[in-house]
Design a binder for this molecule. Structure first.
Ligand SMILES: Cc1cc2nc3c(=O)[nH]c(=O)nc-3n(C[C@H](O)[C@H](O)[C@H](O)COP(=O)(O)O)c2cc1C
Length: 209
């Protein structure tokens, strides 16, 4: 099992996945990692939906693709590369994003991270589900499987939640399409840490770096 720092530093979004099945034993490890996450008051108002049914996945993919065509695709085409990436790398990311959009439903397993508790308009929105999502991303990478944290479907959140059969008061926050990766894992591109850390006051360089 790789060191956790190696896992984190190579946990790139893996958007090209093989359709080959993934054993339940591995999915169960990922789910367990998710349930080990911290959550507010340990109330565990999360539920993890494992989706394998091609029809369910396809119905959601239609909304996912619509959002790509309407907003995400044009944004990739017209915005500059973010810090830590080159124009070429950003272009590759855009192409991978389109690939995942077209093949979203072909990932053999999805884990849909859901949270009960109603819409939260405050600063803690999602804070009791995203630690679980991150744990599952890390576990997936540690097992040599590929995935990407995706939230785009929430643009049609009500429609997708209905497809998943979520009851009132429960919302889906993320979908992790999981499968064996086509490409290789590699270092994440984020830019120099010193550009993102301050000391004592906003804007003052952190002396530790
Ligand atoms: C809150 C959040 C939502 C995201 N939603 C999507 C998504 O819907 N589709 C997608 O392809 N990637 C999505 N991503 C992945 C990011 O695009 C990706 O992490 C980022 O570009 C950095 O690339 P890397 O993970 O390969 O290092 C999301 C990431 C975060 C943190």
């Amino acid at each position: 099992m790789p060191d956790i720092f190696d896992v984190m530093s190579t946990m790139r979004s893996m958007r090209r996945l093989k359709p080959d099945p993934v054993p339940d034993e591995l999915i169960n490890k990922i789910l367990q990692a998710g349930q080990w996450a911290p959550n507010g008051g340990n109330t565990q108002r999360w539920r993890f939906l494992v989706v394998k049914d091609p029809e369910v996945k396809k119905k959601v993919q239609v909304y996912y693709k619509r959002l790509y065509d309407e907003t995400v695709g044009p944004r990739y085409a017209n915005s500059p590369p973010p810090p830590g990436t080159t124009p070429e790398a950003y272009k590759r990311q855009g192409a991978a994003n389109q690939y995942l959009t077209d093949h979203y439903h072909e990932a053999p397993v999805w884990i849909v991270a859901c949270l009960e508790g109603g819409e939260n308009p405050g600063r803690t929105v999602g804070s009791s589900i995203y630690p679980a999502v991150q744990n599952m991303l890390l576990a997936t990478r540690a097992l040599g499987l590929g995935t990407t944290l995706t939230t785009r479907h929430t643009g049609f959140g009500k429609e997708c939640d209905a497809i998943f059969g979520l009851p009132p008061g429960v919302q889906s926050y993320a979908i992790l399409p999981i499968g064996w990766p086509v490409g290789k894992f590699g270092p994440v591109g984020r830019g120099p840490l010193k550009d993102f850390v301050y000391q004592d006051q906003w804007g003052k360089p952190y002396a530790g770096l």
